[in-house]
Each structure stands twice: as C-alpha cells, then as structure tokens.
Design a protein around this ligand. Structure first.
Ligand code: ATP
Length: 234
C-alpha cells in the first residue's frame, strides 16, 4: 500500500462570490516530497494554496494534514500544525528592518535561527539594517522564506518564488529548496517557470481553468516536455 500522504486535498471547490473557480481538486503531497502546481495565470493555483491554509474560506471539500482534518481550522492554527505559506506578495513588514523581520517570528525547536538564515542568504546579513521596503524582489523572497522556516514547518507552500527574479537569484533559491528537501521538508510550489519547477519537483499537477487536467512525474518530464510547454503557453 502507498504511504500516508502528509497533505491531502479531496474534492476541493472554491468560490469568489458567485464565481466558481476550483472544480473538484484532488491532490496530495507525501512526506519529503516536492510537488509543483503549474498552469497559466488565473488557473486557480493561488486559490488552491489559500484554500489549504484556510485563508480562502469560501470552499467545500476536505484538507487533511498530518492525519488530521484541518478544513475548519482558522489559518493560524493550520500554520501551528506545521504548514508554512509564503504568499506571492511575500508578506514581509516593510517598515521593519531585515533583522527585525527575521527575529519577529518565534523560533520553534528545529526551526531556522537567524544564523542559519544568514548562512543560507549572506545578503540578508549585509542588508540587516535596511527596511523591508528597500529590498530587491529577490531579497524579499529570501527573507519571506527564512521567516517562515523559523517555525520548523513540515510542509512549505511557496507561491511563485521565482517570479520577477534575476536568474542567479532563482538558482540560489533553488539550491536552498534542494537543501531543505534533503533535510526532509516537503514543499508544494506554485510555478509558471517550467525550468525551475522541473528542476525541483518530484511531481507536477497541471491546472487548467480551475481543474487538474494532468499529473507528470519527474521521470516523465522529458518525454512530456511539449505537453508541459503547451499547458503553460498563453
Ligand atoms: P496567478 O498566477 O495569476 O495567481 P492562479 O493560477 O494562482 O493565477 P488564482 O489566483 O487562484 O489563479 O485565480 C483563479 C481564478 O479566481 C481566476 O479566474 C481569478 O480571476 C479568480 N480570482 C482570484 N482572486 C479573486 C478575488 N479576490 N475575487 C474574485 N475572483 C478572484
């Protein structure tokens, strides 16, 4: 029998008012697995992450995490169970310095210390006294990731971590995600950058118009390359 998934989403439907945007989403993430959600703008990937976190609440279906139904929990209690979400807009506090942003979230046992954050991304040490608002997009993304790692999550939800970043920064963030995976952290990644997603993920779910229409495993990516490009082309 297959192992018990860390996260499982069953028959998720989501709405914004009268508009029905997710149609029966079923997906899972196994412990230690890196999974991507790919698809065009507006296909429903961000809404899926928000529905998992309980931030978007106009939804039906079930979200199970670490063996427990978390569907009805408020998002702060979902987070406390070990789910960490880095939103697309990288929610860092723009009036606080980098150091303050880093030190504000409490550290849990096994979570990243500031020292570990500075080792992973030395630029954050150099920018320690800069306000969040003065950071580049890449520095904001790094800071947003290390902040949530302080709580020692079991699953990291990343919404388009490569978006708008220089290739060298994308490479660096990719290496950190690979390190995290080696340490056993599971990752669910929303991406439009196919190269980045296929480098990192063990499995890809393809979103089209609020539905999952395909699932591609790492070993099949080369053979399915043309299909994947077609799903993402506008
Ligand atoms: P993106 O990469 O642009 O975030 P996505 O695949 O994550 O795309 P969603 O953001 O989940 O897609 O959007 C899914 C659908 O829901 C789209 O049709 C979008 O227009 C709609 N939508 C998203 N947010 C809202 C909102 N706050 N109010 C109404 N409709 C929304």
């Amino acid at each position: 029998p297959a192992q018990t998934p860390l996260l499982s989403v069953r028959d998720l439907n989501a709405y914004y008012g009268q508009s029905h945007v997710l149609h029966g989403i079923n997906l899972h993430v196994n412990p230690g697995e890196v999974v991507s959600l790919i698809g065009r703008n507006g296909a429903g990937k961000t809404t899926t992450l928000k529905s998992i976190m309980g931030v978007h609440r106009q939804r039906t279906g079930t979200v199970t995490f670490a063996g427990q139904d978390v569907t009805r929990l408020p998002s702060n209690r979902v987070a406390a169970r070990g789910l960490a979400w880095v939103p697309e807009e990288r929610a860092i506090l723009s009036s606080l310095t980098v150091r303050e942003n880093l030190e504000l979230p409490p550290t849990r046992p096994g979570g990243w210390t500031s020292e570990r954050a500075y080792e992973a991304f030395p630029v954050l040490r150099e920018r320690g006294h800069h306000p969040g608002s003065k950071l580049s997009g890449g520095e904001q993304q790094m800071l947003a990731i290390v902040r949530v790692l302080r709580s020692a999550p079991k699953l990291l939800l990343l919404d388009e971590p490569s978006e708008g970043l220089a290739p060298v920064i994308v490479q660096h963030i990719g290496r950190i995600i690979e390190d995290l995976r080696r340490e056993g952290l599971a990752v669910l990644l929303v991406e439009q950058n196919l190269k980045f997603a296929t480098r990192l993920a063990d499995r890809h779910y393809v979103f089209v118009d609020g539905e999952i229409v395909d699932e591609v495993r790492r070993e099949d990516v080369d053979a399915r390359d043309a299909d994947l490009l077609r799903y993402l082309s506008v």
